[in-house]
Design a protein around this ligand. Structure first.
Ligand code: FDA
Length: 305
């Protein structure tokens, strides 16, 4: 049943008609519980509150695919404006972005040009940028772009997905680049040819990757809501004497709020990934696919507005 529901919501996440409808209706249907707002201005008071509580943030301007160079440039300009707003409002926030929103499917040149503009602005304000990882067909290109940019820009991270067979090798290869890696299980629908399909295998691989990257000596973001992964990390760092300023926990905005505050109280760094923008539909559907319990607040949202 869980697999059917997961596949159903992953299928819906790619539905263009529903995507267009979602933009018309705004973040009702419960999306406002996990999305910071339809504009960055709406997200600012929420970020200030999280910062005030001691939580750090990374913001993601929702939106994945662009169809023209002009659109990709518009997206990179919006990203630059977000970086400027973070600096202006003195928010404790990094930026996360998706390369497809900057023209990855158009050409490598355009995505590099857009990224360079963003990273120059980010460097000016000492703000870290993390490249999200999308589906497996784009993983190789994303890693190559990350490596090329990391040679020039220090404050740059990317994401490694534990469900991919290739991830262990990627972490190994990135070792030479002093990477800032966010380690996740992986959120897309992938085939058994490229990914582990059994959850215990994904969980075990995530643990292996966390251990590898931490023991390689790199600052690591453990991005999971899973108590077993959090417990594993706590035990690992204790066993190897890794200090709390070498890693952080990351969770999605609106997910496991109590756990975020509990970790904070225990002295860990916790960063909240806050998406914003009117292109929230695909993101929302992937979260419903991950956790059927989220469907409850979506249904509540439909009837309460
Ligand atoms: P998983 O979904 O495996 O759940 C394990 C257990 O955790 C559950 O059984 C439950 O006990 C508990 N749990 C999980 N969610 C809960 C909730 N909301 N409330 C209460 N309990 C809950 N993916 C990707 O492909 N590319 C990317 O770039 C990113 N980026 C990213 C950034 C950040 C900050 C996070 C946290 C996640 C991502 N992801 C991602 C998504 C990631 O790949 C993954 O799909 C989700 O985090 C879900 O996996 P978990 O490890 O959280 O637990």
């Amino acid at each position: 049943m869980e697999a059917i529901s997961k596949n159903f919501f992953l299928y819906l996440s790619n539905n263009k008609v529903l995507d267009r409808l979602a933009k018309r209706f705004g973040t009702r249907f419960g999306a406002d519980k996990i999305v910071g707002g339809e504009t960055f201005s709406q997200a600012i008071p929420l970020i200030k509150q999280l910062n005030h509580d001691g939580l750090q943030v990374t913001v993601d301007h929702l939106g994945e695919f662009v169809e023209s160079e002009a659109e990709s440039r518009k997206r990179s300009q919006e990203c630059i404006e977000t970086i400027q707003a973070i600096a202006h409002h003195q928010l404790n926030s990094e930026v996360s972005l998706k390369l497809t929103s900057l023209g990855l499917d158009i050409s490598k040149e355009i995505v590099m040009e857009n990224m360079e503009r963003i990273l120059q602005e980010a460097e000016r304000h000492d703000i870290t940028v993390t490249i999200d990882m999308e589906d497996s067909t784009r993983c190789g290109a994303t890693i190559e772009i990350y490596k090329a940019l990391k040679e020039k820009y220090r404050n740059l991270g990317t994401v490694i997905q534990a469900y991919l067979h290739r991830s262990h090798e990627d972490v190994e290869e990135l070792h030479a680049y002093d990477p800032y890696l966010r380690l996740v299980k992986g959120a897309y629908k992938e085939s058994g040819k490229v990914a582990f399909v059994d959850k215990p295998e994904v969980d075990a691989n995530l643990k292996r990757l966390i251990k590898k990257n931490l023991l390689n000596g790199h600052y690591t973001a453990i991005a999971s809501h899973d108590d077993a992964i959090i417990k594993f990390t706590k035990e690992l760092v204790k066993e190897h004497g890794i200090s709390k300023d070498h890693f952080e926990f990351q969770m999605l905005y609106g997910m496991r709020n109590q756990t975020q505050y509990d970790l904070l109280k225990e002295g860990y760094t916790v960063r909240v990934y806050m998406p914003y923008g009117d292109d929230w539909y695909g993101y929302f559907m992937r979260r419903l696919a991950e956790r059927p319990a989220n469907i409850a607040f979506a249904i509540k949202g439909i009837f309460s507005k």
